[in-house]
Design a protein around this ligand. Structure first.
Ligand SMILES: Cc1cc2nc3c(=O)[nH]c(=O)nc-3n(C[C@H](O)[C@H](O)[C@H](O)COP(=O)(O)OP(=O)(O)OC[C@H]3O[C@@H](n4cnc5c(N)ncnc54)[C@H](O)[C@@H]3O)c2cc1C
Length: 474
């Protein structure tokens, strides 16, 4: 049997981000993916500067820049007619732009970067089971492209294998301990950008009008534009039934978007998805860890998943690197890493939960957008760029000022302003209490944030058996 320090299942964001630094440090790392790259993935693939920074840390940024992506330097938010446009805040390393690279182009470069740094990446190899010794995961069983079965032993097995994680199923972590149903669906298409050479061609724009949100992201290669529509999840069926009718209706709902794409030739086919529940899975245990979507997912409305998958992979590597020769220390390190991941991701999870509510922009938000619009300095974009946590960007004093302005302005009925302010304030206080308590695997739900009603699929039969076995052993 081959022996590695770490076996990683999944070779995209989280998988390459955990493999590259370990391999660079001289560890033996095997990465297995059932796909052959280049390989597409349903995603709108937006990265803001902190995500671009993660690509740099992975060692993949030069390869990504060679694909000629637009360097997106500004973010604009339009909330029911009120607008702010600002520069993106640079990362501590000085990266001040986002990129948006289709996954078939992007992920193959991550794989190449991980290989360059010494990781052994095997494509078209599907992991089918785990190896156990004395209650500890000690390797994987996988099938190669010729259908032959192999085993690979490791001190640590990382499931970086996405939302339908095989590793999660086999360690008994298939069912998340926290799930929130998302209210919005996603419908998107690519277009030739009719505004090349203008400031808009380097600006990521969101239009929040009525209860819908529309986005325009300059993408790759430069000159292409990605447009994403996020209305109620039930609208996805309409988009599939009558794509062009749906598109026309959405342009009418978002006049700013209609103007942005005016003159663009017919775009690509519409792609869509309706059910994207947010969740946290138990993500560490004896000999195993779950990084990226395998362990945690949140509504794509905030475009954070890839950044968080890269962050999770890199920080997992940092936690275990020094202790890889000591299995007990590895298990303590993965548990500490899981706690750090939750601290990093819970604020963004709650923010995404609030954005996935299908309702009009809150009066408070409109006032904050108005306030941010006074200058082009980085401010509200930090919400999407993850430069600061939401409670730092919109602290209580700013909320109070926004409330006073909304009441003074009188554009929205006073009762409605107060109702929304009260709802949002209470939810924010509950989330802040949860953050301060820093409980391991905080179960939620937080009223006003976690949404009920998510249906979780059963694991495939063989996984169910494995799950029972693990539960019985526990
Ligand atoms: C519609 C949509 C839009 C999104 N838009 C954005 C966005 O704009 N910005 C953003 O940052 N995020 C976005 N996300 C989220 C983002 O796509 C994910 O967070 C990201 O792909 C997670 O990366 P990952 O490496 O954890 O997992 P994945 O990208 O899911 O990769 C998992 C890999 O594991 C492999 N694998 C699975 N099982 C096995 C097995 N048994 N054996 C071997 N290999 C296996 C798969 O083949 C796959 O290659 C979006 C998500 C969706 C659904």
């Amino acid at each position: 049997m081959e022996r590695f320090d770490v076996v990683v299942v999944g070779a995209r964001l989280a998988g390459c981000a955990v493999a590259a630094p370990l391999a660079r440090a001289g560890r033996r790392v095997l990465v297995l993916d059932r796909m052959r790259f280049p390989s597409d993935q349903l995603s709108t693939h937006v990265l803001l500067p902190s995500g671009t920074g993660e690509l740099a840390k992975l060692g993949a940024l030069p390869r990504i820049l060679a694909l000629d992506p637009t360097r997106v330097t500004h973010v604009q938010v339009v909330a029911d007619g009120v607008s702010c446009r600002e520069r993106m805040r640079p990362t501590p390393e000085g990266i001040d732009f986002g990129v948006c690279v289709p996954r078939d182009l992007q992920d193959v470069e991550l794989v190449a970067a991980a290989r360059e740094q010494g990781a052994e990446v095997r494509e078209r190899c599907a992991v089918e089971g785990l190896l156990w010794r004395a209650g500890r995961v000690c390797g994987v069983r996988y099938r190669d492209p010729d259908g032959r079965e192999h085993e690979a032993a490791a001190t640590l097995v990382v499931g970086a294998d996405g939302r339908r994680s095989t590793v999660a199923a086999h360690v008994g972590s298939w069912r998340p301990y926290r799930v929130s149903r998302n209210g919005r669906g996603l419908v998107f298409r690519y277009l030739d950008d009719p505004r090349m050479g203008t400031p808009e061609a380097t600006t990521y724009i969101q239009w929040r009008e009525g209860d819908g949100i529309a986005f325009a992201f300059p993408t790759t290669p430069a000159g292409r534009l990605l447009v994403l529509l996020m209305g109620h999840r039930d609208e996805v069926a309409d988009a599939r039934r009558d794509p062009e009718g749906y598109w026309r209706r959405k342009l009418a709902e978002h006049p700013g978007l209609a103007e942005r794409v005016a003159g663009a030739p017919q775009g690509s086919k519409l792609r869509s998805t309706g059910e994207t529940p947010a969740f946290f899975r138990a993500s560490s245990g004896p000999g195993w860890a779950l990084a990226g979507d395998a362990g945690h997912f949140k509504d794509p409305v905030t475009g954070q998943g890839m950044r968080d998958a890269l962050w999770a992979g890199r920080t997992l590597a940092e936690h275990v690197l020094a202790v890889l020769d000591d299995p007990e220390a590895v298990d303590l390190a993965t548990r500490a890493w899981e706690a750090a991941r939750d601290a990093e991701c819970l604020p963004a999870y709650h923010f995404a939960n609030s954005d996935t509510r299908v309702e009009s922009p809150s009066p408070i938000m409109r006032e904050v957008v108005r306030d941010a619009g006074r200058t082009e300095e980085p401010d509200l974009g930090d919400l999407f760029g993850r430069a600061r946590d939401p409670h730092e960007i919109v602290p209580p004093a700013r909320i109070a000022r926004a409330l006073a302005s909304a009441l003074r302005r009188g554009e929205i009925p006073r009762r409605e302003v107060l109702r929304r302010a009260l709802d949002e304030g209470r939810t924010a206080i509950r989330a802040e209490r949860e953050r301060r308590a820093a409980a391991f695997r905080a179960p939620g739900p937080i009223r006003g944030s976690d949404h009920p009603g998510a249906v979780w699929p059963a694991p495939p039969a063989s996984r169910a058996r494995d799950e029972e076995r693990v539960e019985a052993a526990a």
